[in-house]
Design a protein around this ligand. Structure first.
Ligand SMILES: *[C@@H]1O[C@H](CO)[C@@H](O)[C@H](O)[C@H]1NC(C)=O
Ligand SMILES: *[C@@H]1O[C@H](CO)[C@@H](O)[C@H](O)[C@H]1NC(C)=O
Ligand SMILES: *[C@@H]1O[C@H](CO)[C@@H](O)[C@H](O)[C@H]1NC(C)=O
Ligand SMILES: *[C@@H]1O[C@H](CO)[C@@H](O)[C@H](O)[C@H]1NC(C)=O
Length: 587
């Protein structure tokens, strides 16, 4: 990789475990707080992606009928193919500005329902497929700042095959692969290149499709550290070399053989990648929840089976990998799994009975659960304070730059139905603040001073991170992490990954000011989205069109708004740590 290769779209955090006099006890579910950010954003947040300018693109589907937010300037969409409303003057996509907590309606022309997406190295969101007239469409959203009016652009025949319930993964060279979708047992790339311009068969998707039920849609895809793709569908996985189009490894079936993919929807994460400078870098995947075999057919006849209570964890880099099963405190289907800045996993949203699909979920699970990957096996889960709002089918959750979780959506109905139904269509946006955000820990809150916005970074480069903290720093307990913002829909966060860059060697620069040196990841296999000819930044603003930090006021917003976060550090569930991102991460 050239030293100019870029590392973009990562949120940076410093996590610090409070030590010595600052060690405090974290009690069960301490502090975690819920807040309603917006009671009504006009649409049901079915798909969400955080952009590099701290805005979130949200969309549901064009054929829900009239939403609760109008298109601007009297615009209307006229679509004879729309199944609900041929002339629709309401929006089905919005942009949420985190800093101002405001919503701006956007216009999609064709149906984006149950689609997929990923960011490009230049910050554009590429959304692929959907339903009906939208199933071959690629839509591009180019972030703009200030009062910009950027909106969706559509490429009508952008895809070779229709993509509905597919999964996208960003590749080390910045392209993305689009895998599967309903009745699509194949994959393709975006953008196309002369050597990869068609759709390629993937028999694994035929093998894992349960007759009439599927149970393998929205497969869980992760880029492994060796550059191959780990693809989990239904109850098993392969390691796939997409360059040579060959399966290089077949993993054992998950021991109970129950399905974990749509509509028996569980969720999955690639656990934090550590020791990135070491000789042998390990990668582990955690799959949690889902619905037992037969649950979908049962739900269709009105019998809602209890969801799965299990998680399976597997070291995907192991020569003879095995699943290790664990039990969650609560059963859960349609949960979302999110990597927190401190390396813990949040499991949030969903129900404890039934399956995904219209009207098939029951018994909302209002309590999130945190999983601490480095704790001993029987002491990894911690139940969190509950929300009051059920988030069933078509709900979403993503990590924001300031450490909060943005939670939205839930619409198990074919239309927007606000009354007279079980689990009415939910238009609100909420935030969940893990206990690391509690104000009582403000004295241990690090604030990143440098690298400043627009710093250029390469792979394998040493960087000096300066930060301030008013309390006492225990350098051995400090850790710098990078988190990639994901595209979330249907309980899966595509492209989610967290890299632990390390810490430890902290030097004092002045009063309350410290430095820690870390090495950026060595290649795009760890931090995909690189593209060798583009400017790299942490923090952003550079490169013209995308930069939200180039205006001084916005930069101020970014830095000021970057509240430190505090959390229990993976190694020490009884202690507290702080994680923080004060840098705008615009490309
Ligand atoms: C829809 O919008 C109206 C007017 O803005 C508001 O009064 C109503 O509460 C909204 N409906 C929902 C379900 O949020
Ligand atoms: C409606 O769908 C048909 C068949 O898919 C297509 O040929 C036509 O262009 C579509 N019309 C519009 C306005 O999108
Ligand atoms: C849901 O909304 C649609 C469209 O407004 C309406 O036709 C239907 O009757 C509603 N369903 C229920 C159960 O109220
Ligand atoms: C720690 O950082 C200091 C200052 O940056 C440097 O001189 C020293 O070599 C580092 N030590 C280790 C063990 O990395």
């Amino acid at each position: 990789m050239s030293p100019n290769s870029i590392l973009s779209f990562f949120l940076w955090h410093i996590a610090m475990l409070a030590g010595g006099p600052y060690r405090r006890t974290l009690t069960q579910a301490a502090g975690a707080q819920w807040a309603v950010l917006k009671p009504d954003i006009g649409i049901a947040a079915m798909h969400m992606q955080l952009l590099n300018n701290d805005r979130v693109v949200i969309f549901d589907r064009t054929d829900f009928g009239r939403s609760n937010i109008s298109l601007p300037n009297g615009k209307c969409r006229v679509d004879p193919n729309d199944t609900a409303l041929k002339t629709d003057c309401t929006a089905h996509s919005v942009e949420y500005d985190v800093a101002s907590n405001s919503i701006r309606p956007l216009m999609v022309l064709t149906d984006v329902w149950c689609s997929s997406g990923a960011l490009m190295p230049d910050g554009r969101l590429i959304q692929t497929g959907g339903f009906n007239d939208g199933d071959h469409v690629v839509r591009i959203y180019h972030p703009c700042n200030g009062n910009g009016n950027c909106d969706w652009e559509e490429i009508q025949s952008g895809l070779i095959q229709r993509r509905w319930y597919a999964t996208n993964q960003i590749l080390p060279d910045g392209r993305q692969i689009i895998i599967g979708g309903r009745r699509q047992f194949n994959y393709e790339f975006y953008p196309k290149t002369s050597s990869a311009k068609k759709a390629y068969n993937l028999p694994f998707l035929v093998q894992t499709s349960d007759p009439k039920v599927e149970n393998n849609l929205y497969p869980f895809v992760f880029l492994n550290v060796d550059g191959n793709l780990f693809i989990f569908a239904n109850n098993r996985a392969i390691l796939f070399d997409y360059i040579n189009d060959v399966v290089v490894k077949t993993y054992p079936q998950i021991p109970d053989s129950n399905p974990r993919c749509y509509p028996s929807t569980g969720s999955a994460v690639l656990l934090p990648l550590k020791d990135l400078q070491g000789p042998l870098i390990e990668a582990e995947v955690l799959v949690c929840g889902g619905a037992p075999k037969g649950a979908y057919t049962s739900a269709r006849s009105g019998n809602f089976l209890e969801a799965l209570k299990t998680c399976g964890r597997i070291k995907i880099t192991d020569p003879s990998p095995q699943w290790v099963m664990e039990s969650m405190p609560l059963p859960r289907v349609m949960g979302d799994m999110l990597l927190l800045p401190n390396g813990n996993v949040l499991i949030i949203n969903g129900g404890s009975a039934g399956t995904a699909g219209w009207e098939y979920g029951r018994n909302p699970v209002l309590n999130p659960v945190i999983y601490k990957p480095d704790n001993l096996i029987e002491s990894r889960f911690e139940t969190q304070n509950p929300s009051t709002i059920p988030r069933m089918y078509h709900s979403t959750a993503i990590l924001l730059r300031d450490g909060r979780i943005l939670v939205g959506g839930s619409n198990p109905h074919i239309y927007y139905n606000f009354t007279g139904v079980l689990f009415p269509t939910e238009l609100s946006l909420e935030s969940f603040s893990p206990s690391y955000l509690d104000s009582e820990f403000a004295d241990l809150r690090p604030k990143i001073v440098q690298p400043v916005s627009q710093t250029k970074l390469g792979y394998g480069q040493q960087i000096a991170v300066w930060f301030t903290v008013t309390g006492t720093v225990n350098g051995n307990m400090l850790s710098v992490t990078m988190v990639a913002p994901s595209f979330n829909t249907h309980s899966f966060s595509m492209n989610q990954r967290l890299l632990v860059l390390g810490g430890g060697n902290v030097t004092t620069l002045g009063e309350s000011t410290y430095e820690v040196r870390v090495i950026t990841p060595g290649s795009g296999n760890f931090a995909p989205s690189g593209s060798s000819d583009r400017a790299a930044t942490i923090g952003g603003g550079g490169g013209g069109e995308g930069g939200g930090c180039d205006d001084q006021r916005r930069r101020q917003d970014c830095d000021d708004r970057a509240e430190a976060t505090i959390s229990s550090f993976p190694h020490f569930s009884f202690s507290l740590s702080f994680s923080f991102s004060s840098i705008c991460f615009r490309p």
